[in-house]
Structures are given as structure tokens and as C-alpha cells.
Design a protein around this ligand. Structure first.
Ligand SMILES: [Ca+2]
Ligand SMILES: [Ca+2]
Ligand SMILES: [Ca+2]
Ligand SMILES: [Ca+2]
Length: 662
């Protein structure tokens, strides 16, 4: 018999690191964005009142759904904000995926491992129940509360399913968990159910006599119906796949309402043998699991396990396997069962919080399919605790969890369609090229076809401000920053203040005020003025008071008429014209006149109208116009700041998402 070991190397198991949230370093962000010449963000960006000006009309194309689990903030694998020194966005994009689905629980997942702490406050409702073994004397009294066709722990934790004849909190921990149903049933003198106690009464009601009272799985180590985890590894794996999400407790699993079948074949030291492994796989097939997580392995092929995996293949069971922790090339030195060459096997390598292959992770361009986070993963641990663990053991359950979400979405798909969806949508990363078949890291959002509002938003900013589509490097950098919670205003401002956008503004000024294209030296000069801190009004004022402009519109009356038309968008009224001509005659400079017109209520209103029209495609609403008029008039905002605020508004974001999805 071959000895098998769980693939969480001891040297990594205790690799706990104290994570702390670190603020994003803005300069690094901006420099990474393909806008190398853009100035670093300097805050604060907006006056408080201005931030509220554009009304939130339609929101929620955003797609993100942050769970209330208190430790979610350290789950960098699901949402990497740079905590612990990682790269923001180097994660599986779980938040975006959850905007589309958090799972339905229809896809049963077998955890073939060291067992599960089925009483864990963050797992107990997501433990699978063998429907056929629910005693008939109790089943008749139970209500399928959520109407999904099965009785699970979510149903049992509804008070309508509690009490004599149903289930009671036998172990008095305040919840209905597997320990309660695994407890012995209290029988009367004739051996009938008194309605008290648990559900175990030496039954083989499901017809499979080898496994009596197998209510939640099986323990193949000591051949009992109690697969409690006496090691910790299986509980950790289980939490990544399906810890109860958004329950205000601990962490969030990838599949918030998973059904986890507990199949223990690894003992308290993490070792097991091939016959028990094969028995666990056979059990998973027979009892309707759709996906099996296998965070264990070893060098050397084993015919007993091979045969079981072949049976899984015939049954259409997806067999997710950890690639192994030898830091070796599985193409050359195969690791089993990950290297079983059947198309239901998905072999998983581990990445760190910078999207780099973990040094311990096995890899293989031909035999390892995909990578997933596997370094310092925070998850559930026995006795209601949590801890960090590392290994390809920790990477595989990420793939398992996302496969469950995909299959929940598409219950009619074949196992191969589900796997293909996952592999096709992997995030291709330079660090993984040549290391896995896909060259990519798991992307939950892409796998569940979540609309990516961030991509649409960045694309729209590029279109509106730069007049082009985003280059791949720029798009990647900005989307990663947004996924890591960089405020939209910072992205919009950085692009607004980039030399590329400033150059386009200067081009517009040449065309509008001088009616010819910019000469290179003049263009560069004005871009530099912007980069040195000039505002839009400063530059426009310089254009309309330039010798060229004044020569073009010689004579006070002609000059004033041109200013009215160019700055206010209308012909001069007789009174205004006469007044300004007189002022010029009495020594007021053209700069003073232009400044007065630009910064008059009418001048500011022209800016406001133009900005709303350009980016929101509508006229300003009266309240928005009034707030901006006050901000601009008091000098608290410049036209550029107003534009940035509008470009980071919910309304603009929603417009971008709508146009991006059409
Ligand atoms: Ca139910
Ligand atoms: Ca209980
Ligand atoms: Ca049975
Ligand atoms: Ca939770």
C-alpha cells in the first residue's frame, strides 16, 4: 500500500504572517499604469459638497458584493488590497464574482481529506446531508424551508424543524450541526424512535450497507460514520471552498452555501493509504458528489487510486488535485493523483499574494492546469478557530469552490464544459507562462461571467479623455487598482492630469481659439504649464489674450465680440459690449477682461454645461449646477476638478457600464 500525505508541507504550515492593511501608495499605482509621465495624485481631491453634486441615478452595475464576515479583510486570496505587502488585485476576484453568484448549494462537493470540523461555527450549515439516510420517522416531520428540494443544515436551523420528532440541539451549542444528527437516536423498549436524540440508529436506509448512519460522509481511517477532523487540514480546505459567507462570522468561503461531503481517509498525522483513498472516491461518486477536492498526493503512480479516478471520470465527477509541494516540474517527475491523465482531473499549482508561483509549488506546462492562491491562506481550523496555512493543498480548494459556483450556474453542463469554462477564463500572467497549461491564475469573476464594471469604466475614461482604447498594460494596472479599492476619483484625476490628456486639451484650445493645429513647441509648452499646475482657466485666458488671438480680432469691439462668442458661447449684448470697451479704453488689461468673463457666473455656467454635456450627455440639473457654480465661484474647484468629480460619479460609472455591456 502506498502512503499518501496531504500536500501542505510542514515547513509552510506554520508560515503565519501578521497581516495589516496598508494604504495604497499612490505614486506606485500611477507609475504602473502606462501613464508614466502623469503626475502623482495629490489630494485632497474634492470639496465635500461637490462630491455629492452628481445624483446617483443608477448604481449597482458595479457588481461587487462585500460580505460582512469580520475576517474578510485578511482574505487576500479573495480580495487583495495590498494587505501584507501583496499586489493589489492579485487575487481570484471573488468580490466581483459574488455580484453575479454566491452559489446555490446544488453542487455537492466531496472533501477527501482529514475530515471536517462539522461543528465549526463558520461551516456547520454547509455540511452535506445524505438525504437517503435521514430516518423516515424524522423526515416526515421536516420542512424544506427554502424549497430547494433537500433537507440541509440551513433547513434544520430553522425553528420549524426543531423539537421532538425532528432534531434537537443534542450537544447544546446553540446550533443544529452534524454532531446533533450523528448522536444516537433514543429508542423505546420495542426499538422505535421516541423522537428524541439524534438520527443514528444503525440504519442502512440508503441501501448501502457498508456505511450505516452515514449522514454526512464517512471516516475511512477507522470505518465509522464520524469524519471529524483530528488534523486540521481538511477543515482548512473546507473553509476556502465553502465557509458560510456573509454570516457575520469569521471568513467567507468562495461558495457561500456549499454542501461539503466529509470523507476522511487521511489520519491525524495527515497520512492515508491508497485503498482508503479509492474507497472515499467511490463513496463520492455513489452519493452524488459532483466535484471532489484532493489536497493530497505523492510521487509514484498507484493502480488502486488510478482505477478510482477512472471511475470518477466515467461518472463525470470533477477531480481537483493539488499539484504538490516539491517545487518540481510535474511534466518530468509526475505527482499523483494530480498527474492522472484523464480529462476530469484538474491539477492546481499555488501562487502568492504577488501573483508569483510559490517557490514550493510544483508546476508543469503540460500537466498542471492552472494556479490559485496558496500562500498564507486564512481559513477555518478545528474547534472553531482559524489559521494561516500554505501549500498547493490550499490552492486546490480555490479551484474547487469556483467550479462549484460555475456548475451551480449551469447545472446542465457536462463536467468538461465546467472545467473548460474555468481554464478558458484564467487570468494569464507573465509569471505563470510556461508553468501551467493555461499560464494563468484562477479568476472567479471571469469564470462566472461577471460583468466587469471596472473594465468598462476605464475603457470609457480612455475613450472620453484620451480618444483611444486602453492599452493592455494601462487597462490591467487601472483595473487592478480599482479592484483594490483605489477611489475612482484618483483614476479619473490621474488620467485627466496625464500629459496625453493635457495634450488633447491644448489641441482643443488651438482649434477653438486660434483655429489651427498646434505647433509642437507651443503644444509642449502648454502641456508643461499644465503639469506645473496651471488650471484650465489659466491656459484659456492665456490663449485669448495672446498676441495671435488679439491680432486676429483687432479693435476693442471686435476683440470683445470674439471673447463673448468664444468664452460665453453667445454674441455680446450691446450694454455689455459698450461697458467692456469703455473699460479697455480706460486702461483695464485684456487679461483682466478675459478673466472677468471666464470667471463670471455665466462663464462658469458655460464650463458646467460643457462638462455635463461631454461626459454625462445631458444638461446640468439645477441643483448640480448651483453647487458647481458655488464651488467654482469661490475658487474651491477648477473646471478640471469639476470634470474629475463628474468622471468619478456613480452616474458616469453606470453609463460606462451600460455602454460597456452593450
Ligand atoms: Ca432545503
Ligand atoms: Ca448542536
Ligand atoms: Ca448507508
Ligand atoms: Ca463566515
Amino acid at each position: 500500500m502506498t502512503k499518501w500525505q496531504c500536500t501542505s508541507p510542514r515547513r509552510y504550515r506554520s508560515a503565519q504572517s501578521v497581516l495589516h492593511l496598508e494604504a495604497l501608495e499612490s505614486r506606485a499605482m500611477l507609475n504602473g499604469a502606462g501613464l508614466g509621465d502623469s503626475p502623482a495624485f495629490v489630494g485632497p481631491l474634492l470639496p465635500a459638497s461637490a462630491a455629492q453634486t452628481t445624483p446617483a441615478k443608477t448604481i449597482h452595475i458595479d457588481g461587487s458584493l462585500a460580505p460582512n464576515d469580520p475576517s474578510f479583510g485578511v482574505q487576500w486570496d479573495l480580495s487583495n488590497t495590498g494587505q501584507g505587502g501583496g499586489t493589489p488585485g492579485a487575487d481570484i476576484h471573488a468580490l466581483n464574482a459574488w455580484g453575479t453568484t454566491t452559489g446555490t448549494g446544488q453542487t455537492t462537493v466531496a472533501v477527501i481529506d482529514t475530515g471536517i470540523d462539522y461543528d465549526h461555527p463558520d461551516l456547520f450549515e454547509n455540511i452535506w446531508i445524505n438525504q437517503a439516510e435521514i430516518p423516515a420517522s424524522r423526515m416526515q416531520n421536516l420542512i424544506d424551508v427554502d424549497g430547494d428540494g433537500i433537507i440541509d443544515f440551513r433547513d434544520l436551523n430553522d425553528s420549524r424543524n426543531q423539537g421532538p420528532g425532528k432534531i434537537t440541539d443534542v450537544n447544546h451549542d446553540g446550533r443544529i450541526d452534524a454532531a446533533d444528527i450523528l448522536a444516537p437516536m433514543q429508542l423505546d423498549a420495542s426499538g422505535n424512535d421516541t423522537g428524541l436524540g439524534g438520527w443514528a440508529h444503525n440504519s442502512t436506509q440508503d441501501g448501502e450497507t457498508q456505511h450505516p448512519d452515514d449522514l454526512i460522509g464517512w471516516n475511512f481511517v477507522n470505518n465509522t460514520n464520524n469524519p471529524f477532523d483530528d488534523n486540521g487540514h481538511g477543515t482548512h480546505v473546507s473553509g476556502t471552498i465553502g465557509a458560510m459567507g456573509n454570516n457575520s462570522v469569521g471568513i467567507a468561503g468562495i461558495d457561500w452555501t456549499a454542501h461539503l461531503m466529509a470523507l476522511k481517509f487521511l489520519d491525524s498525522s495527515g497520512s492515508g493509504n491508497d485503498t482508503d483513498a479509492a474507497s472515499a472516491i467511490a463513496y463520492a461518486i455513489r452519493h452524488g458528489a459532483k466535484i471532489a477536492n484532493n489536497s493530497w498526493g505523492g510521487r509514484g503512480d498507484d493502480p488502486t487510486v488510478d482505477a478510482a479516478v477512472a471511475d470518477a471520470h466515467s461518472a463525470g465527477l470533477i477531480f481537483v488535485a493539488a499539484a504538490g509541494n516539491g517545487g518540481a516540474n510535474n511534466d518530468l517527475a509526475p505527482s499523483y493523483p494530480a498527474n492522472v491523465r484523464l480529462d476530469n482531473v484538474v491539477s492546481v499549482a499555488a501562487t502568492d499574494n504577488r501573483d508569483q508561483l510559490a517557490p514550493f509549488s510544483n508546476y508543469g506546462a503540460a500537466t498542471v492546469d492552472i494556479a490559485a492562491p496558496g500562500v498564507n491562506i486564512f481559513s477555518t481550523y478545528p474547534n472553531g478557530t482559524y489559521r494561516y496555512m500554505s501549500g498547493t493543498s490550499m490552492a486546490a480548494p480555490h479551484v474547487t469552490g469556483v467550479l462549484a459556483l460555475v456548475w451551480d450556474q449551469h447545472p446542465d453542463w457536462t463536467y468538461r464544459e465546467v472545467i473548460d469554462q474555468l481554464l478558458r477564463t484564467a487570468d494569464r500572467l507573465p509569471g505563470l507562462a510556461g508553468k501551467t497549461v493555461t499560464g494563468g491564475r484562477l479568476d472567479a469573476a471571469a469564470a462566472v461571467n461577471a460583468p466587469n464594471a471596472d473594465i468598462a469604466y476605464v475603457q470609457q475614461l480612455y475613450h472620453d479623455l484620451l480618444g483611444r482604447t486602453a492599452d493592455i498594460a494601462g487597462m490591467d494596472a487601472w483595473v487592478s487598482a480599482l479592484e483594490a479599492s483605489l477611489p475612482r476619483a484618483q483614476v479619473a484625476q490621474a488620467i485627466w492630469m496625464s500629459a496625453e490628456h493635457r495634450g488633447r486639451e491644448v489641441d482643443t484650445y488651438y482649434a477653438t481659439y486660434l483655429r489651427h493645429a498646434a505647433d509642437p513647441a507651443g503644444r509642449a509648452g502648454w502641456v508643461n504649464a499644465f503639469l506645473a499646475g496651471a488650471t484650465e482657466t489659466d491656459v484659456i485666458q492665456a490663449f485669448v489674450t495672446s498676441p495671435e488671438y488679439r491680432a486676429e480680432h483687432a479693435g476693442s469691439a471686435t476683440y470683445l465680440s470674439a471673447l463673448y462668442q468664444d468664452l460665453l458661447g453667445r454674441p455680446a449684448d450691446a450694454g455689455g459690449l459698450a461697458g467692456w470697451v469703455a473699460a479697455l479704453t480706460h486702461g483695464l488689461s485684456p487679461q483682466q477682461v478675459a478673466h472677468s468673463l471666464l470667471t463670471s457666473a455665466e462663464g462658469w455656467s458655460a464650463f458646467i454645461r460643457a462638462t455635463y454635456g461631454a461626459y454625462l450627455h445631458r444638461a446640468p440639473d439645477p441643483s448640480g449646477a448651483a453647487v458647481w457654480l458655488a464651488e467654482l465661484g469661490s475658487g474651491h474647484a477648477s473646471p478640471g476638478l469639476m470634470a474629475v468629480a463628474i468622471l468619478s460619479s456613480e452616474e458616469y460609472h453606470a453609463l460606462a457600464a451600460a455602454s460597456g455591456s452593450s
